[in-house]
Design a protein around this ligand. Structure first.
Ligand SMILES: NC(=O)c1ccc[n+]([C@@H]2O[C@H](COP(=O)([O-])OP(=O)(O)OC[C@H]3O[C@@H](n4cnc5c(N)ncnc54)[C@H](O)[C@@H]3O)[C@@H](O)[C@H]2O)c1
Length: 318
């Protein structure tokens, strides 16, 4: 562990980022900008080639930054997972969508983990960043990696750190957004804090990988539920003949205890409409119904139709 920690602190550690999307590419570029040698691995050949040739396709990444780090050899792109053997730290940033029945689809995490398992060697740090239900790192990732016979916390290190990136946000980027980290063991946490401390201003350690997984789901469920609440407020205000915007703006003048959310025709992005279902699914396996999540999901999912009906009603009454 001491050697790996020194490599991370001295920025001589080689880093791999698996999954070069909205989350993975900015992360890979920031590690490369900080002075690390980074290899980005994506199963999509076009993406791997684009990164390798310094061609940007993610709005939050600066074209110049990507060109600089690929030209100076700090960042390369590939589809070849065998490069993992030469890396010291591996960040997994693959998608976590829902299945047709709104159950978690963790197949991308499993695929990436199996690839890591094939090339796992002593003294590597693996950090999962994909949003997922509490228990994924411990129950799915750890047993797969342990099949090598290597021991976590001694031979290899495993942590979970949720990505909080807000695509398009001009103010809050990776660097100035505190990064929550949970380690499988204290040594895993210590190494992960050192790794991310190279690129973010503040790391926030929590007691376990499960707690770190839950933090992300609390954040996104908080938004989903509050958006559901304000969408229902909009429906109620309309029935009462009130302007919901006037009500929200006036309520927002309260200097404490209120945070404005705004109604709308639908939820965007791949996080808010998806992530709370990961938590609800996990709780279902424990015979608990996540009522707020389900109700907010129902209200938010019905908003597009509600808005269309309002528009049609408005046009017809003209
Ligand atoms: N986009 C966001 O705003 C955001 C914010 C916070 C967290 N997240 C979470 O981060 C994770 C990644 O999201 P994203 O938005 O970057 O996804 P994305 O779809 O933009 O990118 C994922 C990339 O992973 C690649 N990939 C898939 N399976 C792979 C595999 N087995 N090996 C190598 N590459 C593989 C895909 O080809 C794709 O390029 C998800 O869990 C998401 O919920 C996303």
């Amino acid at each position: 562990m001491t050697d790996l920690l020194s490599k991370i602190k001295e920025k001589t550690a080689n880093i791999a980022v698996i999954g070069l999307g909205y989350v993975g590419l900015p992360l890979a570029v920031d590690f490369a900008k900080a002075g690390f040698h980074v290899v980005g691995i994506d199963k999509n050949q076009a993406r791997a080639n684009a990164v390798d040739n310094g061609r940007n396709y993610i709005g939050d990444v600066s074209d110049d930054d990507l060109k600089t780090v690929t030209k100076n050899g700090r960042l390369t792109g590939t589809t070849d997972f065998s490069v993992l053997q030469q890396t010291d730290a591996i960040c997994i940033c693959v998608p976590t969508p829902l299945s047709k029945t709104k159950d978690p689809d963790v197949s991308f995490i499993l695929h990436a983990t199996d690839a890591v398992h094939q090339h796992l060697r002593s003294q590597q740090l693996i950090c999962l960043e994909s949003t997922t239900y509490p228990g994924t790192t411990h129950e799915l990732v750890l047993p797969r990696l342990s099949r090598t016979g290597l021991t976590v916390g001694k031979d290899f290190f495993l942590s979970f750190s949720p990505e909080r990136i807000d695509p398009g946000n001009a103010h809050f980027k990776l660097k100035n957004t505190p990064k929550v980290i949970g380690g499988t063991t204290p040594a895993c946490l210590k190494l992960s804090e050192a790794l991310y401390g190279n690129i973010v201003d503040h790391v926030i350690p929590v007691s376990s990988t499960e707690a770190a997984e839950m933090v992300k789901l609390l954040e996104n469920t908080f938004r989903s539920v509050n958006i559901g609440l304000v969408n229902e407020m909009a429906i109620m205000a309309q029935k009462l003949g009130l302007d919901v915007w006037e009500v929200i703006h006036a309520a927002s003048t309260k200097p404490y205890g209120f945070m404005p959310f705004y109604p709308g025709p639908g939820l965007g992005g791949h996080c808010i409409p998806v992530d709370p279902h990961y938590l609800a699914w996990k709780l279902k396996t424990l015979n608990y119904k996540a009522r707020f999540i389900e109700m907010a999901g129902e209200i938010n999912a019905a908003m597009p139709q509600y808005v269309v009906d309002l528009i049609v009603g408005g046009v017809e009454s003209e």
